[in-house]
Design a protein around this ligand. Structure first.
Ligand code: UDP
Ligand code: MG
Length: 316
């Protein structure tokens, strides 16, 4: 039984050796307890530090370590995709390099899959300790909104740390879309998932790659990727304004017929024009966002470009 650990790494020179040490410990334990073999797949997402060199060294020392190095930064989602594609395991786990996803949970997760009842063991954090309160608030709102808008359930606090069966991994890989929102994709493919709760762990070294704008863009990506409700809402808004305008016309005409036509009220007219053009721009923007995603999707660009893998190193 082979277990693949897929680890996207972007500028993780400090965390990577620590991760390798921790994961090896667990691998050894599980080798004894479950007879499991491991492979570690480090996806170097165009790091600007020594992440790639470290991955190379680890591969030279330990054949279980494999790596893919991207030609530039393609983002974590692309990293996960590349790793899953390369994984040969019967069971495949995705996890962060910063040990925020504790490898010590792996035995428990494997037990769940081995019981035959689940295809996936996923984790969700119950606390958001060590995170700015503003960010937690926005995160909570995001989950509320997306779950109202989308039929695909996006679990609050879900991490990308999960162990999947081969079947589910293949299903995820079959979704070769360019705009990837993993939390949605994992949920969309279905399969029986068992959620394991754990407390938030802070990263062992290095810093987080997320800033506020990054997260905002990511959340819009999620909504556009897994719901078309905003388009319907735009249409609804348009309809409401038409009805309002129609009622307004009737009132104006009737009033003019009954009381004559005094020319006044241009300030209110300006406000109405501003409001209407604002609503129009908003709706065009929403439609444009979907168009943009469609545009990128139809280009069929590769999700990532690998510049080097461990096979290149072996061939040298
Ligand atoms: N990561 C990546 N590409 C990126 C950004 C992040 O591969 O462009 C990796 C990063 O190295 C880490 C994981 O994604 O292993 C999660 O990143 P981070 O810890 O910064 O996010 P957080 O845990 O704060 O959500
Ligand atoms: Mg992290």
């Amino acid at each position: 039984m082979l277990i693949s650990l897929v680890v996207p790494c972007y500028n993780e020179e400090e965390s990577l050796p620590i991760f390798y040490k921790e994961a090896s410990k667990i691998a050894q334990q599980m080798g004894i307890s479950h007879g499991a073999d491991f492979e570690f797949i480090f996806v170097d997402d165009g790091s600007k530090d020594r992440t790639l060199q470290i991955a190379r060294e680890l591969h030279r020392k330990d054949a279980r370590v494999r790596y893919i190095s991207f030609s530039r930064n393609f983002g974590k989602e692309a990293g996960i995709y590349a790793g899953l594609k390369a994984a040969k395991g019967d069971y495949v786990a995705t996890m962060d390099a910063d040990l925020q996803d504790p490898p010590s949970l792996l035995p428990e997760m494997l037990e769940l899959l081995l019981s035959g009842e689940y295809d996936c063991a996923a984790t969700r954090r119950t606390t958001r300790e060590g995170e700015p309160p503003v960010r937690s608030w926005f995160a909570k709102k995001f989950y509320q909104i997306i779950n109202k808008l989308s039929d695909t359930e996006i679990v609050d606090g879900a991490r990308d740390f999960r162990l999947m069966s081969r079947k589910m991994t293949d299903a995820v890989l079959s979704m070769a879309e360019y705009n990837r929102f993993s939390k949605g994709i994992f949920s969309w493919v279905g399969f029986k998932t068992k959620w394991i709760d754990y407390k938030n762990v802070e990263r062992v070294a290095g810093t987080t790659k997320w800033n506020f704008w990054g997260l905002l863009k990511y959340s819009i990506e999620g909504i556009v990727g897994f719901s078309t409700a905003p388009l319907l809402m735009a249409a609804g808004l348009g309809l409401a304004f038409c009805v309002l305008a129609f009622v307004g016309i009737i009132i104006v005409v009737v009033r003019a017929l009954m009381f004559g036509d005094p020319t006044s009220g241009w300030p209110s007219l300006v406000c109405i024009i501003l409001l209407c053009s604002g609503v129009q721009l908003l709706c065009t923007g929403i439609a444009g966002e979907y168009l943009a995603k469609t545009y990128l999707e139809t280009k069929h660009r590769p999700i990532y470009i690998a510049a080097e893998t461990e096979e290149d190193l072996d061939a040298e």
